[in-house]
Design a binder for this molecule. Structure first.
Ligand code: 5GP
Length: 177
């Protein structure tokens, strides 16, 4: 099983890239659990939305492959129940846990071209200005950590080019097996 880890700031386009990869048909998107509130732009099945107590119960019984707290909310990947190649849309701390598991994995960091553009995209999808600023600052920390962990960095300037570049990286990881 190949695990493709897709990280990067919210607003950089990683969700759109993930949807394109899943539509190709050979990767299954893992559905994370989160304690954060549903956002207006969240798809119905974006997450399993749970309370903190529900999350902690599941964690206590070993139900998560990895989990992390991001800006005060808990997010976790349920332990996979199949053997199909998996796409995880998770933060860099989660990506590090996947590395530590020693799973066969490709780590990609999808980034916005620069901070101004990132902030603009975050506001555009409905984050308030304070939250957008927090996410831009968090993105800088994540970018450094991702580079340190050996993530492949992909700048999303043009969505079609980005999807094509990511497809090539996934294909290369598959043919390396
Ligand atoms: P958002 O609130 O924008 O949906 O997600 C915030 C951050 O949490 C993003 O970087 C997203 O990739 C990450 N995230 C989403 N699901 C998971 C998960 O299951 N595990 C981890 N570690 N991070 C996640």
């Amino acid at each position: 099983m190949l695990v493709v880890v897709l990280s990067g700031p919210g607003g950089a386009g990683k969700g759109t890239v993930a949807r394109a990869l899943v539509a190709d048909g050979d990767l299954v998107l893992s559905r994370s659990w989160t304690t954060r509130a549903r956002r207006v732009d969240d798809a119905e099945d974006a997450y399993v939305f749970v309370t903190r107590a529900e999350f902690e119960d599941h964690r206590a019984t070993g139900g998560f492959l990895e989990w992390n707290e991001f800006l005060g909310e808990l997010y976790g990947t349920p332990v996979p129940d199949g053997d199909r190649d998996l796409l995880l849309e998770i933060d860099v701390a989660g990506g590090r846990q996947v590395l530590e598991h020693g799973l066969e994995a490709l780590h990609l960091f999808v980034d916005a071209p620069d901070d101004d553009e990132l902030r603009r995209r975050l506001l555009g999808r409905g984050d308030d200005p304070t939250r957008a600023d927090q996410r831009v600052a968090e993105a800088a920390r994540e970018r450094d950590e991702a580079a340190r962990l050996g993530y492949e960095m992909v700048v999303n300037d043009d969505l079609e080019d980005t999807v094509a570049a990511v497809r090539r990286l996934v294909e290369a990881a598959r043919s390396d097996r």
